[in-house]
Design a protein around this ligand. Structure first.
Ligand code: HGY
Ligand code: MN
Ligand code: MN
Length: 414
């Protein structure tokens, strides 16, 4: 299999998605259940069909392309990742893993090799949680973890519920349970190829990363409520200033993360919204996001505990109130040792340099790993950058990942 041919085919596919962005002059923005995602899914469907796959979309808007094996009743080997993006992100985060999966299907077609198990190339919907503040929607739906309350409760910044967004996209939310898979019977393994989104592989000059585990994550939306007053006539000691309270708490997040220690422990406030958001009005309300991660769940709990205690103290002192909405809570996950060993052997057979490494980013694999044998293959990110317009990965690196997954499947599932 000529590696340049594979890299060229991957590049051709990847470049098809570049025009689909809500922020054409500033990176890629493909929020769930929007026209940008719809266009990506339509192109992905076409590429899957041309690769000989039978395509279907499920009730959550996930996309599957299936290739039968010699024993169709065996559980499928799913190769997947997400087609949605962050705001002003890159074209590779998520999409690269789906395109590599389609390339593996083409390699099987071209080689004439028929695996025992069927394979399914999967594009998942709303992994990032960018619009509704959660994350991993598509894989949660596949695991049967989404109910109607979830769809009604979660709303975007315009007040559109996840349920209504699905209806506008052409889905029937009442059928969400149809997206659930009997994964014990239907899925043998979930394999995700993904850009590393950090500098480790590039610094170590390794071609591939074999992921040993993924950090746990907790996401919250905090609302601090004060009292709007005139910025000029209200004495400092009479104010109930929501921004003064929120900023005092937010400024301590980095210290709490350092104090908590633990491998991969990080805390981020990435979103802040002020109301009424006017230069001469004391803020009535501040809403901010909290994203806390660690390989050790106790470290996450410690940071969230400090957040809660400080909100109590600061708001109590100033006469403000607060609420904390939980948006996401997922435990750290170890990935499957058997699959890791297969991939490691594959790297050896192909002469590809690699290293075992943890993932500080969350992925669909975080949702599948507790119940489905799951493996992740990382490819290097240029300068370690991701979730920004300069995100870049060499197509030859994606070709290496396709080669590894192809060889691993052929060596172990033929
Ligand atoms: O947030 C993450 O780590 C991933 O990009 N969803
Ligand atoms: Mn991402
Ligand atoms: Mn991703």
């Amino acid at each position: 299999m000529d590696k340049q041919v594979i890299a060229n085919r991957i590049q051709k596919d990847m470049e098809l998605f570049e025009p689909f962005s809500q922020t054409p002059c500033h990176g890629i923005t493909r929020l769930p259940f929007t026209i940008e995602v719809r266009k990506c899914v339509d192109v992905l469907s076409n590429r899957m069909e041309r690769a000989g796959l039978t395509v279907r979309e499920d009730a959550a808007g996930n996309l599957y392309g299936r290739l039968e094996g010699s024993e169709p009743n065996l559980p499928a080997l799913v190769i997947g990742s997400h087609f949605d993006s962050v705001k002003s992100g890159g074209n590779f985060d998520g999409m690269a893993g789906i395109v590599v999966g389609i390339e593996v299907a083409r390699m099987l077609r071209d080689s004439g090799v028929v695996l025992r198990n069927p394979i399914e190339i999967m594009g998942t919907h709303d992994e990032e949680g960018m619009r509704f503040g959660t994350g991993f929607f598509g894989t949660k739906a596949m695991m049967g973890e989404i109910d109607d309350d979830y769809l009604r409760r979660l709303k975007d910044s315009d007040g559109v519920s996840l349920r209504d967004a699905m209806i506008c996209y052409g889905l029937s939310p009442d059928k969400i349970k149809d997206a659930a898979r009997d994964y014990q019977k239907e899925i043998a393994a979930f394999i995700e190829v993904h850009i590393e989104q950090g500098p480790v592989l590039e610094d170590a000059q390794k071609q591939l990363g074999l992921v040993t585990g993924i950090v746990g994550m907790q996401r919250y939306l905090v609302t601090v409520t004060g009292r709007p007053d005139h910025a000029g006539t209200t004495p400092m000691d009479l104010r109930i200033d929501a921004m003064a309270c929120a900023s005092k708490v937010i400024s301590q997040m980095t210290g709490w993360a350092k104090e908590a220690g633990g491998e991969g422990t990080v805390a981020t406030v990435g979103f802040v919204q002020v109301a009424p958001n006017a230069v001469n009005i004391i803020p009535q309300e501040v809403v901010f996001s909290v994203d806390v991660r660690s390989k050790e769940e106790c470290c996450i709990d410690q940071i969230v505990g400090s957040l809660r205690a400080e909100l109590e103290a600061v708001c109590g002192e100033k006469g403000a109130t607060f609420k904390i909405d939980e948006k996401l809570k997922v435990a750290p996950a170890s990935l499957d040792e058997k699959l890791l060993a297969m991939l490691e052997k594959g790297c050896g057979d192909l002469g590809l340099s690699y290293m075992r490494m943890p993932s500080g980013a969350g992925h669909d694999s975080l949702q599948t790993a507790p119940k489905i044998d799951t493996a992740m293959v990382f490819v290097p990110s240029k300068d370690g950058r991701s979730h920004c317009p300069v995100e870049w990965t060499e197509y030859s690196d994606l070709a290496n990942a396709a080669h590894l997954v192809y060889e691993t499947l052929v060596s172990n599932y033929r």
